[in-house]
Design a protein around this ligand. Structure first.
Ligand SMILES: Cc1cc2nc3c(=O)[nH]c(=O)nc-3n(C[C@H](O)[C@H](O)[C@H](O)COP(=O)(O)O)c2cc1C
Length: 363
């Protein structure tokens, strides 16, 4: 069972870019030392609460500050990039990291980012993502081609393109060869079409927790699609993100969580979004209560949304989640802004990787 860290990042809108950058470095070093397997960074362009528009810069900067942890953009929003440029950058960065790199891809989940890039909404992005990754795969093959697709154009130069012009081509394909580059695809909705596409192509699934039914559906969709194309559906490749806060006792964990960045994010940002887009439904069903989403308050979040408590309690909650869903391979904790009071938060992160995950047997 692995531990991962997802640095969306949820960050107070008042933070400067430099503060977010420095905070990211601190978190990368802390999670590396604590034994986390992966550090994943979101890509968002217009959201003050999640403001890292270029995760690759964080990855490059953290490369020399860390030793073991792997990094991934989670995710590069493929519709917003030139596929040839991104394929080259991903390959080169994976070489800089000497393999401590994997690639997360997503269509983009925010209308304001879509508008920034000239789209009316996010509805048209998934088809572009599919098209972009196919072109990236071709660029990594380093065989001559030139292609114009519905949204993009890309190619790879060969000797016939410039006879007599013999230069060495840089090899910016992924470190160790394309087979060594893990690609993960994000899944959010029930019967996720993104995860079906991922399974068919043997890309890994990563799921944002939205209740046990959605999580089960993510695995089932991905595994069925993988099997349909003859790929092994290995649960250890399944990643799932949660909000987690650990302290000595349940009461102490709840008190500290309520006064932490986790509570700030939910009170001011995530709570209103979940209510607006009706994302609480699956979690309310799991809770065994019958409350209306508009009634969700901080107490409900601490009890049913966050995995909050002593190491023992959090382990039990994770085991219960595994019983209901069939298990997964990597538990990923979401990042929150604790710049002003990092100590309890850092301890919580360390305890997850050192005291909880090693004792968890959920597969
Ligand atoms: C783990 C995870 C990370 C994500 N990171 C981002 C991100 O950085 N930027 C973004 O715009 N959307 C992000 N998304 C949302 C995706 O862009 C997209 O809305 C979602 O994966 C669509 O899934 P679906 O096909 O299951 O509906 C993320 C989703 C998940 C599950």
């Amino acid at each position: 069972m692995k531990t991962g860290f997802f640095h969306t990042p949820y960050i107070l809108p008042k933070r400067t870019a430099r503060q977010v950058f420095d905070w990211s470095m601190e978190l990368a070093m802390l999670t590396d030392e604590a034994g986390y397997a992966d550090f994943m960074i979101g890509e968002h362009y217009t959201l003050a609460w999640e403001n890292i528009p270029c995760p690759e810069i964080i990855i490059g900067a953290a490369a020399r500050l860390t030793k073991r942890i792997r990094f991934a953009p989670m995710a590069h929003l493929l519709p917003y990039h030139n596929p040839a440029t991104l394929a080259t950058q991903v390959g080169w960065l994976s070489q800089v990291l000497e393999g401590r790199y994997f690639l997360g891809v997503a269509p983009g989940g925010h209308h304001t980012d879509a508008i920034l890039h000239g789209h009316d909404n996010i509805g048209e992005l998934q088809a572009k993502m599919f098209e972009a990754l196919e072109l990236m795969e071709r660029v990594w093959q380093r065989q001559p081609f030139k292609e114009r697709t519905a949204h993009f154009q890309a190619g790879y130069p060969g000797p016939a393109d410039f006879p007599g012009y013999e230069i060495d081509y840089a090899d910016n394909s992924p470190w160790g060869g394309r087979d060594k580059l893990e690609i993960a695809v994000t899944g959010l909705t029930k019967n996720s079409s993104s995860l079906k596409w991922a399974g068919e192509r043997n890309y890994s699934p990563i799921s944002f927790f939205g209740g046990t039914e959605v999580m089960k559906s993510h695995w089932d969709t991905w595994a069925a699609a993988a099997a349909s194309k003859g790929h092994a559906a290995d649960r250890s490749r399944f990643r799932v993100t949660r909000d987690i806060f650990i302290a000595d006792s349940d009461a102490e964990a709840r008190r500290l969580a309520m006064n932490s960045g986790l509570a700030d994010s939910w009170r001011e940002y995530l709570g209103p979004i979940y209510k607006k887009f009706n994302l609480f439904q699956g979690i309310i069903e799991d809770s065994g209560t019958d409350i209306d989403p508009s009634q969700v308050d901080m107490e409900f979040l601490a009890e049913h949304v966050w995995l909050c408590g002593s190491p023992e309690t959090v382990r039990r909650k994770l085991e219960l989640m595994a019983e209901k869903t069939g298990g997964w391979g990597e538990i990923i904790v979401n990042s929150h802004d604790n710049i002003d009071n990092p100590k309890p938060y850092f301890e919580s992160l360390q305890r997850l990787a050192k005291e909880v995950t090693p004792k968890l047997h959920v597969l």
